[in-house]
Design a protein around this ligand. Structure first.
Ligand SMILES: Cc1cc2nc3c(=O)[nH]c(=O)nc-3n(C[C@H](O)[C@H](O)[C@H](O)COP(=O)(O)OP(=O)(O)OC[C@H]3O[C@@H](n4cnc5c(N)ncnc54)[C@H](O)[C@@H]3O)c2cc1C
Length: 460
């Protein structure tokens, strides 16, 4: 395929429209935009356009179209599959659009298309409000929400996409449009879990919910030889838990330099129950009592603010990453045994087996409001493999595939795509019902007929 050539007049025009913020290989802003969370992604676009306004997005989209360059949109940079960059094309780095305005009366946040959850959490907290966001503060709001958006508050308030009220986006035609319940409702529906590939989102509006200034949050750490016991305790606690309880279970290696980790556990395999209660600290004490009574090696639950807790487990970027996930309707003891056996092969370091309990408000949303299936799952079981040496790629990824065999007997077959690297056609189909898939493909064809926006995954 021939490489499109771009005239210097076209470049000058775009540079002018971006107020100079156009970057080529070697520029610090280019290199920064091309460094994603997953170090395996080494894609080299031709240019990076940093867009601070919808007008700048319109100019960059028009430039890519006229120059026949591939296009990608980069925000928080946490796409494990690397779909926020494109080889030899134009990348729109939308991070400068990170403003958050909170209308406390209406309990709505208007959020720029390049904001991360850290921006939203802090702004909403000032008004005693919050909404479901990712479990680390550095993920982008739009990417996470368009993929569904699983977080600590989901059982109380639904996934992030269930709180998406409106979207403003620049289409492939270069038009700025709004989608809400009354205007372009199909487009809004698609962006509530159908991925981010319908245009460049310049702003979203999110529903907010009251949350006390202090909540009970933190983690309990168990030595690796108590993993089965801790996972059963987690499962049993979640079975009857109030919807405010948002926990996760984690099998990983304890950091060797964290003063909160008991000396004997540093650098050793551990089981962790982590999370928070979305309500008063007193109610949180009651909900977390079984965990705290189980004599963990370290009980690090305590009163804190939601934004502080949200950034307390921000994962380190720069490792090689391969992720997958399966959903289950329960975790019977033999499933727990199979998972603990498989997890013994986890590479030491930040790799982990992370288990998220659904239920509550997640299960109440239907295909009428969001295309995602698998809402009835009780658990999302999610290995995150992280390593550093490229020589370990094949063995580590093969180990990741073996997880799907280990959990196979209990897996529903649904896919939650925000948590998976192996986004082949079959996995995308597993995230939606056949009718939702058809509807998404029709919406994609209507708004992006030439497939200008790669989005988080391929829909057609
Ligand atoms: C450390 C880590 C923790 C995570 N935690 C969670 C979690 O708790 N819950 C969860 O559900 N998911 C989680 N994820 C997955 C994450 O939600 C998705 O990878 C999400 O797409 C990341 O968005 P981003 O903006 O950070 O990444 P990017 O790589 O910048 O973008 C991801 C995708 O969204 C598109 N996109 C981003 N912004 C826009 C925009 N404004 N307009 C159009 N397209 C856009 C990009 O083009 C790309 O396709 C996590 C990922 C990582 C690496």
């Amino acid at each position: 395929m021939s490489t499109p050539t771009v005239s210097s007049a076209q470049l000058d025009e775009l540079r002018f429209r971006l107020d100079g913020d156009l970057h080529a290989p070697g520029d610090p802003a280019y290199e920064d935009a091309c460094t994603l969370f997953n170090a395996m992604v080494q894609t080299r676009p031709r240019l990076v356009a940093r867009c601070a306004t919808p007008d700048e997005v319109v100019a960059a989209v028009a430039f890519a179209r006229d120059a026949a360059l591939p296009l990608a949109v980069r925000a928080g940079g946490h796409s494990v599959t690397g779909r926020s960059l494109c080889e030899d094309g134009l990348v729109l780095d939308v991070r400068p659009m990170d403003a958050v305005e909170v209308d406390a009366g209406r309990r709505v946040a208007r959020v720029g298309g390049g904001a991360t959850w850290a921006h939203v959490d802090r702004a909403a907290h000032r008004h005693g409000l919050a909404t479901t966001g990712g479990r680390v503060s550095t993920t982008g709001v739009v990417g996470l929400t368009a993929g569904g958006g699983s977080g600590w508050l989901e059982r109380a308030h639904g996934l992030a996409c269930d709180n998406l009220l409106a979207v403003e986006l620049v289409t492939a035609e270069g038009e700025l449009v709004r989608a809400d319940e009354h205007t372009n409702p199909e487009l809004l529906w698609a962006l509530r879990g159908g991925g981010a590939g319908f245009g460049v989102v310049t702003a979203v509006e999110l529903r907010l919910h009251p949350l006390p200034a202090e909540v009970l949050a933190g983690l309990a750490i168990y030595p690796g030889d108590r993993a089965r016991e801790a996972m059963r305790l987690f499962r049993d606690t979640m079975r009857d838990a109030p919807e405010g309880l948002g926990l996760a279970f984690d099998l990983t290696t304890a950091p060797d330099d964290d003063p909160d980790v008991p000396d004997a556990l540093r650098g050793r395999p551990v089981a962790i129950i982590v999370g928070m209660y979305a309500g008063s600290v007193a109610d949180g004490e009651r909900a977390l009592a079984p965990i705290r009574a189980s004599r963990p090696a370290a009980d690090l639950f305590g009163p804190t603010s939601y934004p502080d807790f949200q950034c307390s487990i921000d994962d380190p970027p720069g490792h090689r990453n391969w992720w997958t996930a399966e959903q289950t309707l329960d975790l019977p003891d033999d499933a727990i045994d199979a998972l603990c056996d498989w997890a013994q092969g986890l590479p030491p370091g930040p790799s982990q087996l992370f288990v998220v309990p659904w239920g509550g408000a997640v299960a109440r949303a239907t295909e009428r409001t969001s295309p995602l299936v698998g809402r009835d799952s009780a658990f999302v079981v999610h290995p995150l493999l992280m390593w550093d040496d490229p020589a370990d790629d094949d063995a580590t990824i093969a180990f990741g595939h073996a997880f799907r065999d280990a959990i196979g007997p209990w897996a529903t077959g649904s896919a939650y795509l925000n948590f998976v690297s192996d986004v082949g056609r079959a996995r995308v189909r597993a995230a939606y019902s056949p009718s939702a898939m058809e509807r998404l493909a029709a919406i994609k064809a209507a708004w992006d007929p030439e497939g200008a926006f790669p989005g988080s995954h391929r829909l057609a």
